[in-house]
Write a protein that binds this ligand. Structure first.
Ligand code: ADP
Ligand code: GLC
Length: 481
């Protein structure tokens, strides 16, 4: 029997994206269709996707809620069934999804994502004519109140899965917001959504979820430690019987070096030499000399403390002195933006930096670079190393979370066995990263050995093949079949 799933998320690729959450929600929605599932994604109708309202049908009129009129539209786009929360007072805004023009969190984010969760609970309880989900799947803190509202307003409600993509973001707000959010103060307890005297959307969701998943097995273990749990380790330890780590995949149709339309030249593991045209295109894009013989290192990332790029910034001058080139695409922390821009002006022939978010350029860099750096302090799963492997671009990663679970370090044993797919280092220090960079430089000089690792990486399963079944098993377990 088909399992009907309502995914509740603030992001979904290719419509609204700031990071991997979007990719995962979009890919899962498509993949579940091939695994006895039917998924609809509940997403805010942000101004940036206002075009999706054209030709959409109104599925629900909810009247005035959370300070303004709210309705739900249905639309199918890019192979995904969307339910769009149309609430102009909260979502029809310029700028980025979470931040205002000044780069600060919107002051009413509790209402913006409280409403998303509340609508999720309405549809979960059967509010939509002709479609009632068997399971509600809430992603990250923005959907954390779904199980709270389900419990508060309904009796016969479907089970709820909460997925932690990144515990650094918890949705913590003043207790005075309880009234606006329509939360029953009886839930403001240790067993509910109270967290050190405040309201925590994520903690509330974790307490009431029927199952909790996170995005890699290693992160599932790390989350229960004080080093990684960010204050919620105790909550997760108390709920460990319902916590599972399931590795993310990427959409292997979107990330396919054999068909990717933005590449200068498509290629496969059998035509590795054709990758060079992409390297040349990347060098040209960044105005660097188009000699492809020097190794090209890269970063495509949010610039945040999580990603350890301050460490990279310190290690890079040493790498460049050894003759490597480096390009970065990213945006976020102003200090990091400035730091990388300065590095580019100090090394105009070796370093290219573009501050911004550019999906096409991300694909081109993945295809053109020789390696990608991901020196994260923590990384729940990480998708860029998976994209890189698929494109034969060797990831250099810290040994944490999903990075530890997906990359096989090119140490002597792995090279001898012919199974290495990249480079790992630990802990996240300049010295250890520099060692890994030097190891990569050395291996690059041995073309045959490097190409062997490229081929291994390209063969490594990075799609949803195995993980989709595990997600479906969680749903089926909840439905008792
Ligand atoms: P996170 O979700 O923590 O940012 P992931 O590795 O899971 O990290 O996912 C990041 C996603 O966002 C990938 O699809 C990556 O290609 C994309 N991405 C990150 N920064 C940029 C950027 N500046 N431009 C385009 N895509 C980016
Ligand atoms: C988060 C994490 C990242 C993960 C992504 C998708 O943004 O930082 O590691 O890959 O979610 O689950």
């Amino acid at each position: 029997m088909t399992t009907k799933v309502l995914a509740v998320s603030s992001e979904c690729a290719p419509f609204a994206k700031t990071g991997g959450l979007a990719d995962v929600v979009g890919a899962l929605a498509k993949v579940l269709g091939d695994h006895d599932g039917e998924c609809r994604v509940l997403l805010p109708l942000y101004r940036s996707i206002a075009h999706l309202a054209e030709g959409a049908a109104t599925a629900l009129e909810l009247g005035n809620k959370f300070g303004g009129p709210v309705r739900v539209l249905t639309q199918r786009a890019a192979g995904i069934d969307l339910l769009l929360v149309d609430a102009p007072h909260l979502y029809d805004r310029p700028a980025q999804i979470y931040l205002d023009d000044a780069g600060k969190d919107w002051a009413d984010n509790h209402l913006r994502f409280g409403l998303l969760s509340w609508v999720g609970s309405v549809i979960g309880r059967g509010g939509l004519d002709g479609w009632r989900p068997d399971v509600v799947h809430a992603h990250d803190w923005q959907a954390g109140l779904v199980p709270i509202y389900l419990r508060q307003f309904g009796k016969d409600t479907p089970p709820c899965v909460v997925t932690i993509h990144n515990i650094a973001f918890q949705g913590v707000f003043a207790p005075s917001t309880m009234g606006e959010l329509g939360l029953d103060p009886a839930g403001f307890t240790q067993d509910g959504f109270e967290f050190f005297g405040k309201i925590s959307f994520l903690k509330g969701g974790l307490m009431l979820a029927d199952q909790i998943t996170t995005v890699s097995p290693t992160y599932a273990r790390e989350l229960m430690t004080s080093e990684f749990g960010m204050g919620l380790e105790g909550v997760l330890r108390s709920r460990s019987h319902v916590l599972t780590g399931i590795l993310n995949g990427i959409d292997t149709e979107v990330w396919n070096p054999g068909t990717d339309p933005v590449l200068a030249q498509t290629y496969s593991s059998r035509t590795l030499r054709r990758k060079a045209a992409n390297k040349q295109a990347v060098l040209a894009h960044f105005g660097l000399p188009e000699d492809t013989s020097a190794p090209l290192f890269s970063v495509v990332s949010r610039l945040s403390d999580q990603k350890g790029l301050d460490i990279a910034l310190q290690a890079l001058p040493g790498l460049i002195a050894q003759g490597a080139r480096f390009v970065l695409l990213g945006s976020g922390d102003p200090d990091l933006e400035r730091g990388f821009s300065e590095l580019a002006s100090q090394h105009p022939d070796s370093v290219g930096v573009e501050i911004g978010f550019d999906e096409n350029l991300a694909h081109l860099i993945q295809a053109g670079a020789d390696t990608i750096l991901i020196p994260s302090r923590f990384e729940p799963c990480g998708l860029t190393q998976l994209c890189a492997m698929r494109y034969g671009t060797l990831p250099i990663v810290s040994k944490t979370g999903g990075l530890a679970d997906t990359v096989i370090d090119a140490n002597e044993a792995a090279l001898a066995m012919g199974c290495a797919t990249g480079f790992q280092f630990a802990p996240v220090t300049v010295d250890k990263l520099s060692d890994a960079l030097s190891r990569a430089m050395n291996l690059f000089e041995d073309e045959k050995a490097w190409q062997k690792v490229m081929r291994n990486a390209m063969k490594h399963p990075v799609g949803w093949e195995r993980s989709a079944d595990k997600v479906v098993d969680i749903y089926k377990g909840l439905l008792g079949s």
